[in-house]
Design a protein around this ligand. Sequence first.
Ligand code: HEC
Length: 154
Amino acid sequence: MKIKIGFAMGIIALMVAACSSHEQHGSGHPVADLTKLNHPGAKVYQSACMSCHALAAKEEGSVAPPLFGVKDHVIKAYPERAAFIQRVVTWVKAPNPNDVLMPGAVKKFGLMPAQAQLSDADLQAVAEFIYDTDFNKPDWYAAHYQAEHGKKPH
Ligand code: HEC
């Protein structure tokens, strides 16, 4: 519980920092952003996935495809929510070299290492977070990016 609250406070601080650096911002978007980022899976993503899967493509030094690219590939093969979640959970536990959805990425980066440290609840949460979050929503992404990089995405 303590950790959850600490995380929520951290996110609020991030959002405040992001918003205060805008000259203006649309009414109400921080509320929508917070709802998304308060998803328990957002924390798992940030601690276990983000170091490799950035939200958007980084030009240099990337070690894995960005998260929205991953989602795009998985959702095309598994459009149903339950099947998508199952695929991600199974994959993260034990990536199967004989069943890859991103062969180009495997060639470029190598097979993803299993994230065996995650509990089933964490895996479920992060899979739900990826499915349920619209990473193409510029509001959410722009604020997050700005908080992290100090400038707007380009
Ligand atoms: C050490 C770097 C690294 C970490 C950490 C990592 N990944 Fe990956 N992931 C990769 C790479 C590289 C690929 C592309 C190659 C491949 O598919 O194996 C990939 C591919 C994927 C795919 C597509 C696989 C498919 O064919 O279905 C999913 C989904 C995925 N990652 C989810 C996650 C999630 C969720 C986390 C956090 C729990 C995570 N990854 C953490 C490196 C990483």
